[in-house]
Design a protein around this ligand. Structure first.
Ligand code: NAD
Length: 301
């Protein structure tokens, strides 16, 4: 029978991911600082413990799905016994699926190695829907010899598991994708808005873009203009989907990595500022395609 898998962080993404491990027959031992998040998983048969240290005491494969850089640092190098793992089973595999700075992933790999564990970064593309249906894409960084072991677990939660290279490269791939997504969504939104003001029907304009060289994921799969497509957040007052705040966070990570590597990312930088302005104006929890609405705020003037 399969041995226990640890899971730390049962939020919007972590909970459905852990459920899929259970579904594939892996006993799960899990924790979250917010006890309410653990209820459903407990009812499904997972063992719930008080803190990450107890997870690491029992499981030699642990998946983390936490908010951001500080939660990861706290977990492996912090001071509080409530959030810190101090020791692991020898040879443990720690797989982090949170989106964080690749430099932090590298620091975590060093900290893990000191404890006798192997750390891999495996951030995901795909939102809560993909997490629930087990269709996430995992971008994995770390020592190649451990990839097969990670893959065995990740395929229970995702449709694509891609090895990217050394530790941190999974995060790098994730950050690059989201930076392009952010830029593309703003470009699509301002283009659609201009076309509408020039008298074009938005559905027709989208159709033309999608048979022309302006086509992109934001225009053909996730169009930001209400009424152009069904089943996307723009058709539902920008609820659900990928929050503007999360996009701003990922763009912040892109900026940090660009600064550290002296890489020019002028449009990534502008996109970051635009999504931050949106957060300050009440768009934080709306889907990021609401940038279309943001661009039209002064429509009456
Ligand atoms: P979330 O805030 O819903 O979940 C994070 C969970 O971690 C919370 O339940 C929190 O209580 C818990 N937590 C925090 N610190 C902890 C600790 N020390 N020990 C135990 N539990 C702790 O966030 P989410 O939406 O699930 O996202 C998680 C990560 O995945 C983020 O890095 C995010 O950027 C990334 N991501 C999210 C999406 C999405 O659509 N939501 C998509 C792709 C990637």
């Amino acid at each position: 029978s399969k041995t226990q898998v640890g899971f730390i962080g049962l939020g919007n993404m972590g909970k459905p991911m852990a459920k899929n491990l259970l579904k594939h027959g892996y006993p799960v031992i899990a924790t979250d600082v917010f006890p309410e998040s653990c209820k459903e998983l407990q009812e499904l048969g997972a063992q719930i413990v008080d803190n990450p240290a107890e997870v690491a005491d029992q499981a030699d494969r642990v998946v983390t799905m936490l908010p951001s850089n500080p939660s990861l640092s706290r977990l492996l190098t912090g001071y509080s016994p409530n959030t810190r793992i101090k020791k692991v089973k020898k040879g443990s595999l720690l797989i982090d699926s949170s989106t964080i700075d690749p430099a932090v992933s590298k620091e975590m790999a060093v900290a893990a190695e000191k404890m006798g564990a192997v750390f891999m970064d495996a951030p995901v593309s795909g939102g809560v829907g993909a997490a629930s249906s087990g269709k996430l894409t995992f971008m994995v960084g770390g020592v190649e010899e451990e990839f097969t072991a990670a893959q065995e677990l990740l395929t229970c939660m995702g449709a694509n598991v891609v090895y990217c290279g050394a530790v941190g490269t999974g995060q790098a791939a994730k950050i690059c994708n989201n930076m392009l997504l952010a830029i593309g969504m703003i470009g699509t939104s301002e283009t659609m808005n201009l076309g509408i003001r020039l008298g074009l029907d938005p559905k027709l304009l989208a159709k033309i873009l999608n048979m022309s060289s302006g086509r992109c994921w934001s225009s053909d799969t996730y169009n930001p203009v209400p009424g152009v497509m069904e089943g996307v957040p723009s058709g539902n007052n920008y609820q659900g989907g990928f929050g503007t705040q999360l996009m701003a966070k990922d763009l912040g990570l892109a900026q940090t990595t660009a600064t550290n590597t002296k890489t020019p990312v002028p449009l990534g930088s502008l996109a970051h500022q635009i999504y931050r302005m949106m957060c300050a104006r009440g768009y934080a929890s709306k889907d990021f395609s609401s940038v279309f609405q943001f661009l039209r705020e002064d429509e009456e003037n």
